[in-house]
Design a protein around this ligand. Structure first.
Ligand code: G6P
Length: 471
């Protein structure tokens, strides 16, 4: 599809995403009036290292008071990034981010609607939240039009920003636009659960990019189906899964915070097996069924009592969305129930830690005997790949085929866990925990080879190749 002859990589780069690589706090004591720190979230940790220290301009929404101060200053240098923050009126931001991005698009792409009850778009939804989503995308489009260097490759990230391309294309024909979905893409039947006009807007917005990229060929196919379903001819598409940076992981693992956390975990686990998961508490991550599977395992095999600790490093997110708040409570209740049912004076079956502590998560993945990643549906799941690279004890990976990473890892040593089948997940956990040293080593080596086949730089290079596709 792409015309690789056009020397990708020479164009200036503009990254556009909802969440920026840096966030600012108002600080009257600082000369600039603000202090900067690294932005939160998976997207930033995956993409940040690829553009830090380069000339790339990163356009994102202002999300804090400090961010809003910086928004007034135009393109600003901070923490190795050139950032341009956009001040969005809070009510419009809430409609765009909570109502549309997190409650509608996220649910559609991850198959989280329960069609008996939801969605039930209230009257005015299209003229209200959806209009706000449009307006916020227009604000991003204006920033791109104003700040993108001549001839830049504009790399638009994720479901937050599906509608900016038509306006940018019209005003700046010199730019090349690539959209990348870090989520899955809804199969056409699920996309039809959005109001019809919204579905068509979305598809037309995505089609206005020179190319659209995905983490797995399944999500690419779902996008192509939805284009066809909308009666549209598809644009160029490509598959480019992200890869973790092994040096970055090794640096974190060797840092003081991770070393301390590792010592604490060694003491906590002792000579028991360590089953680990590291996740945001996110509906699509399937944390609850993971605990149900562990409970089923303990119920079926009393000889396992006291021999395994489940380290669940699951931190709350998006509590502003009612369904997440409910789910987070259900997760905590399940942990308490399992610990009460099976725990003894000397053994807590689930070690539940809700703090978002990156070095500690790295230490846990390093120490894990088995890591479980069982999403209902997930764009990639970088944690699965990080776990493979970090393990220093031939850690086993129990992986859902619904994670984008399955396409790369499924045939290379991962244990398959059907995310909806609690019994099958329990069996996968048992098999992974019981595998002998030889099998562990074989699977771990095969997974390491599969993960190491791609570097983080590949992802960026492939965006730039896609940007050169002929009009
Ligand atoms: C995860 C997903 C990304 C998404 C991000 C948004 O990291 O993999 O696709 O962009 O969540 O998270 P936020 O906290 O910004 O809503």
């Amino acid at each position: 599809m792409a015309d690789t002859a056009a020397a990708p990589g020479r164009r200036p780069i503009v990254v556009v995403s909802n969440r920026g690589p840096v966030t600012f706090a108002a600080d009257p004591a600082a000369a600039s009036g603000v202090t900067a720190r690294r932005g939160a979230g998976g997207l930033v940790s995956g993409l940040g290292p690829l553009v830090a220290g380069t000339d790339a301009v990163w356009i994102a929404a202002a999300m804090s008071e400090g961010d809003r101060l910086v928004a007034e200053r135009g393109v600003t240098d901070a923490e190795g990034y050139r950032v341009r923050l956009i001040d969005i009126e809070p009510a419009a931001f809430s409609d765009y981010y909570d109502r549309v991005c997190n409650e509608a698009l996220w649910f559609a792409h991850h198959g989280l609607f329960d069609p008996v009850y939801e969605p039930a778009w209230p009257p005015g939804w299209v003229d209200g939240p959806w209009a706000a989503y449009r307006a916020v995308n227009e604000q991003f489009a204006e920033a791109v039009i104003a700040d993108a260097p001549q001839g830049a490759a504009v790399l638009v990230q994720d479901y937050h920003l599906c509608l900016l391309a038509p306006r940018v294309r019209a005003a700046r024909p010199d730019l090349r636009l690539v959209h990348f979905s870090h989520t899955p893409f809804a199969p056409s039947a699920w996309l039809r659960m959005l109001p019809d006009a919204v579905r068509i807007d979305l598809i037309d917005g995505l089609l206005a990019h020179h190319a659209c990229g995905f983490h797995s060929s399944r999500w690419e196919r779902d996008y192509l189906d939805s284009c066809e379903d909308a009666g549209r001819l598809a644009n160029a598409t490509f598959v480019a899964p992200l890869a973790p940076d092994p040096d970055d992981l090794a640096r974190t693992a060797a840092g003081a915070a991770a070393v301390r956390a590792r010592a604490d975990l060694d003491e906590l686990v002792g000579d028991r097996s360590f089953l680990v998961r590291v996740d945001r508490i996110e509906l699509s991550k399937n944390v609850l069924r993971g605990f149900q599977a562990y409970e089923a395992l303990l119920e079926a095999d009393p000889h396992r009592h006291g021999t395994v600790v489940f380290g669940a490093f699951c931190y709350p997110s998006r509590l502003g969305v009612a369904a997440y708040d409910r789910y987070a409570r259900a997760v905590v209740a399940k942990v308490e129930q399992v610990n009460e049912r099976f725990g003894t004076a000397s053994w807590t079956p689930i070690h539940y830690d809700p703090t978002d502590d990156y070095p500690r998560s790295v230490a846990a993945l390093q120490r894990a005997d088995v890591v479980v990643v069982n999403p209902i549906r997930d764009g990639l799941n970088l944690v699965a790949k990080e776990a493979v690279l970090l393990s220093d004890r031939d850690g086993q990976l129990v992986l859902s085929p619904e994670a984008g990473a399955w396409e790369e890892l499924g045939e290379h040593g991962a244990w398959e866990a059907d995310p909806f089948d609690v019994g099958a997940t329990a069996r996968a956990l048992a098999d992974a925990l019981d595998a002998d040293a030889e099998e562990r080593a074989r699977r771990a080596a095969s997974l390491r080879r599969a993960v190491s086949a791609r570097t983080p730089g590949d992802w960026l290079a492939e965006q730039l190749v896609a940007a050169e596709v002929s009009d």
